[in-house]
Write a protein that binds this ligand. Structure first.
Ligand code: AHR
Length: 349
């Protein structure tokens, strides 16, 4: 069982008892939040005997380091927030940054990583565009003694071989939260769902889909259209226009794998004369400011937060590696469900 998601699932299962208690007991007004910043311990069968991901303590200061940040693209608000935060935090810490934008092309992201290895950077940080296609470049970096910190998404690979540590949200949990709420509010009525998927091959897409589909299995929800819109608002608007033409009044719910696509779908629904929030329920994931505003306006039913802010934890991880301290193999970010009861623009990115 190699894929990172499988390990995340084990983590989630390990902490699920705590999560259930937290979300269903005394305080019924508390937002649904997954277990706080769960961490898998280091040294779990990866040949890493000192907990540092196989990296020796070098004791360098942050100002002495060069970090390669191999971004996948900047095509939506979440990704831009991630890029801005990472660059600002690394630069503020005095770290020299080698930055590349792969333009949503996995082959380009692999060659960006290889270029960073050739340049002799000290660390490589990346959100993988897809779960496959980067292993050769990642193993070249690890083989050259450059720690690889995966942020945001996973790869089909092994800690200690393809990467040093991975920090991300639990995308399966996010998809489950959307499904569970939609099942709850439709109260058994036969309900038709349109899904707008993210980038194909990305763990965010695969797991948000799996979490959702498994949760609606056997329920009153039926998927009548299921297409990709690449996590991009304009793509989602165009895809949704076509789906409206084909399905029209049959559409009860739109589940978009991210907020930008939900906003695109809302625009398409409005242009076609539908009232989002009344005629069609729209739900998504990310927790952007625009999503919070749409919830408050009654056009978006819910979103599940997914933090794009990795700068601080990456610097903390690098600091620990340099000091020879233990680092976890995986860190799972905490996410929260937002709807009209707790939507807050200040909490969006
Ligand atoms: O991997 C995280 C997802 O990727 C975010 O939900 C989305 O907005 C981004 O492109």
């Amino acid at each position: 069982m190699k894929r990172l998601t499988a390990l995340l699932l084990v983590l989630v299962m390990a902490f699920s008892m705590t999560a259930c208690k937290k979300n269903t007991n005394e305080d019924t007004n508390a937002p649904d939040t997954n277990p706080e910043s769960t961490q898998a311990p280091a040294n779990e069968g990866n040949g890493d005997t000192d907990g540092t991901g196989g990296n020796e303590a070098q004791g360098r200061s942050l100002e002495e380091l060069t970090v390669g940040f191999a971004q996948m693209d900047n095509t939506n608000s979440w990704r831009i927030a991630e890029t801005n935060d990472m660059l600002a935090k690394l630069e503020a810490a005095g770290i020299e940054v080698v930055y590349a934008d792969a333009g949503a092309d996995t082959a380009k992201q692999a060659s960006d990583i290889e270029d960073m290895v050739a340049q002799g950077v000290d660390y490589i940080v990346l959100p993988p565009q897809e779960e496959d296609g980067l292993q050769g470049a990642l193993q070249a970096a690890m083989g050259a003694g450059i720690p690889v910190i995966l942020i945001d998404r996973g790869v089909n690979g092994e800690v200690g071989k393809d990467y040093t540590t991975a920090i991300m949200s639990d995308f399966i949990w996010e998809g489950q939260q959307v499904a569970n709420r939609l099942i709850e509010i439709t109260a058994g009525d036969p309900t038709n769902v349109v899904i707008l998927q993210g980038t194909q091959g990305a763990t965010a897409t695969i797991d948000r889909q799996t979490g959702f589909m498994d949760a609606i299995d056997g329920s009153n929800l039926t998927v009548i259209a299921d297409q990709t819109a690449n996590f991009v608002m304009s793509d989602a608007q165009a895809v949704m226009e076509n789906i409206i033409q084909a399905q029209g009044d049959k559409i009860d719910i739109v589940y978009a794998h991210n907020d930008d696509m939900a906003i695109g779908a809302i625009a398409a629904l409005k242009a076609a004369g539908y009232k989002p929030g009344e005629d069609v329920i729209v739900a998504s994931v990310d927790g952007s400011k625009a999503a919070m505003e749409a919830i408050i306006a009654g056009e978006l039913y819910m979103t599940v937060s997914c933090s794009p802010f990795f700068g601080d934890i990456v610097i903390d991880t690098i600091t620990k590696i340099e000091a020879g301290e233990d680092i976890p193999d995986f860190i799972v970010n905490q996410d929260t469900v937002y709807d009209k009861t707790n939507a807050d623009v200040a909490k969006g990115f």
